[in-house]
Design a protein around this ligand. Structure first.
Ligand code: ADP
Ligand code: MG
Length: 362
């Protein structure tokens, strides 16, 4: 089922005098293709949960429309939309067993949809198998680990075969290893069921690793939509460039003079653009330790990250919150006593941004 947003907007009116209204979702206009997994990504407070709540009907749109396929569902109550929802805190019923929890959405079906107990149990078992929790059907949620509880919540969301599956930061309460494992599970289940899925997270790595398409938001406004690698490789503004990637992109004050690009006194390349001040973003993997390099930094230390290492260094034009990082293969030789270090730069990994608008300059 494809999901279409048509100028969808949600405004929360201010409750405190003198404070402005919050535009939590601002003029969403895009389409989620049928059967895809969308990663809705952005910092805390950017409107991800509100967007999800608009899709499932827990929030009413201020303006605009939502379509499932060709059907306008904007004013449909949540129970008639056929969505499955999974929350960060699992929200299982503590007094019910796993089986009863999973069956719960089926118990309330009315009229023609009403199911026999046997049919409901069969459906519950099917959903439980999908998330590999079928051995725990008689347990209570308190007798399960966090990861297992989240599987039950996913099974419960899947049991009615939803048109759209919505997951709101579903992995946040899990430890690192379980988070990795469960996200792979979610990807597998989504591929098996081909249910259109919206996965909300503030974790860029999580979104990049499991999404067909990521939608990156800031303050209620969609910044960029695309395949994870495409957005990473081709950010449209400084916010997007900074949000994606670990270690984060290195950002410098720079300028263009007579078609040469400068960071401080270092000329790092050519540009067709006219003279101006710019921000220059350089991905950590785009800086190559090279004695004949173009960018000179103060060497600080080498950090071991396993397969790769980081060279940590400083430059007075750097405006990133953290030190400059260059990723180098672990067998690269770097003089540990060096005062300075020079890098050549991979042109595809260097981006220029307008100082005012922070839009990408090409
Ligand atoms: P996210 O899920 O990305 O962290 P939310 O969608 O929860 O963000 O919130 C987006 C913005 O809307 C925030 O500024 C938040 O304070 C505001 N907001 C969310 N829900 C309400 C509400 N019920 N009333 C007023 N403001 C709200
Ligand atoms: Mg949220």
């Amino acid at each position: 089922m494809k999901v279409v947003f048509d100028h969808l907007t949600k405004i929360f009116p201010n409750r405190t005098k003198g404070k402005e209204d919050v535009i939590a979702v601002n003029d969403f206009c895009f389409e989620i293709p049928d059967g895809k997994l969308i990663g809705l990504l952005g910092p805390s407070g950017c409107g991800k949960s509100t967007a999800l709540n608009l899709i499932c009907g827990l929030e009413e749109a201020t303006r605009g429309k939502i379509y499932f396929g060709d059907e306008d569902v904007t004013n449909l109550p949540p129970e008639n939309r056929g969505v499955g929802m999974v929350f960060q805190n699992y929200a299982l019923y503590p007094h019910l067993t796993v089986k009863q929890n999973i069956m719960f959405p089926l118990e309330n079906l009315k009229g023609e949809e009403k199911m026999s107990r046997e049919a409901m149990e069969a459906k519950a078992l099917e959903a439980a198998k999908l998330v590999q929790i079928e051995d725990y059907m008689e347990r209570k949620p308190s007798q399960l680990s966090g990861g297992q509880q989240q599987r039950v919540a996913i099974a419960r969301a899947l049991v009615k075969i939803p048109k759209v599956l919505l997951l709101d930061e579903p992995l946040s309460n899990l430890d690192a290893r379980l988070r990795l494992q469960t996200r792979e599970e979610i990807r597998r289940i989504q591929k098996e069921t081909k249910i259109t899925t919206v996965f909300v997270t503030h974790d860029q790595e999580e979104a990049m690793s499991i999404s067909d398409i990521i939608v990156l938001m800031k303050l209620g406004v969609v910044q960029q939509i695309g395949k994870p690698q495409e957005v990473y490789d081709d950010p449209i503004n400084l916010f997007v460039a900074k949000f994606l990637g670990t270690p984060a992109i290195n950002v410098f004050n720079g300028r263009i003079e007579k078609h040469k690009v400068y960071i401080g006194a270092d000329c790092i390349g050519d540009s067709k653009l006219s003279d101006r001040e710019v921000y220059i973003g350089i991905r950590p993997e785009g800086m190559v330790v090279d004695k004949k390099g173009v960018l000179t930094c103060k060497f600080d230390r080498r950090e071991v990250m396993g397969r790769d290492h980081s060279v940590v260094c400083h430059n007075k034009e750097c405006i990133s919150d953290i030190d400059i990082r260059a990723i180098i293969p672990s067998d690269t030789e770097v003089d540990a006593n060096a005062k300075t270090i020079t890098f050549s730069l991979k042109p595809m990994k260097v981006y220029l941004f307008d100082k005012e608008s922070e839009e990408r300059l090409r």
